[in-house]
Design a protein around this ligand. Structure first.
Ligand SMILES: [Zn+2]
Length: 118
């Protein structure tokens, strides 16, 4: 995905979220400050998780391809054998799980599987 497409997605999602919060407020006119805070956090964490995923994916796609020959094992410095792409699950601070598709390599010496940093 290109940068503009990603931004258009974020914009669409944030508009949906803002709309949703406004509707929720109409349906919950007596909500307390805490309830409002919790509701907004919950809804924004969705946008947050999406932004983290998209941003991380974009940097991986840019990073690994151009420097694939220099990806080495952090322990022994051996060149990693590429094993293709794998899903990696990460938890965000908002308690959401994001799934990244990342290139995965295995060190031929230590036999350790590594997701290169990025
Ligand atoms: Zn190694």
């Amino acid at each position: 995905m290109k940068g503009e497409e990603v931004q258009a997605n974020w914009k669409g999602l944030s508009e949906e979220i803002m709309q949703g919060i406004a509707e929720w407020r109409e349906q919950h006119p007596k909500a307390t400050f805490r309830e409002i805070e919790a509701e907004i956090d919950k809804r924004l964490s969705e946008l947050r998780a999406k932004m983290i995923t998209d941003t991380a994916m974009a940097s991986v796609q840019a990073g690994w391809k151009t420097s694939s020959s220099d990806v080495v094992c952090p322990k022994c410095g051996e060149k990693l054998e590429k094993k293709g792409k794998k899903k990696r699950k990460l938890a965000t601070q908002g308690g959401r799980e994001v799934e990244l598709i990342r290139e995965y390599g295995v060190c031929p010496k230590c036999r350790q599987g590594i997701f290169p940093p990025g």
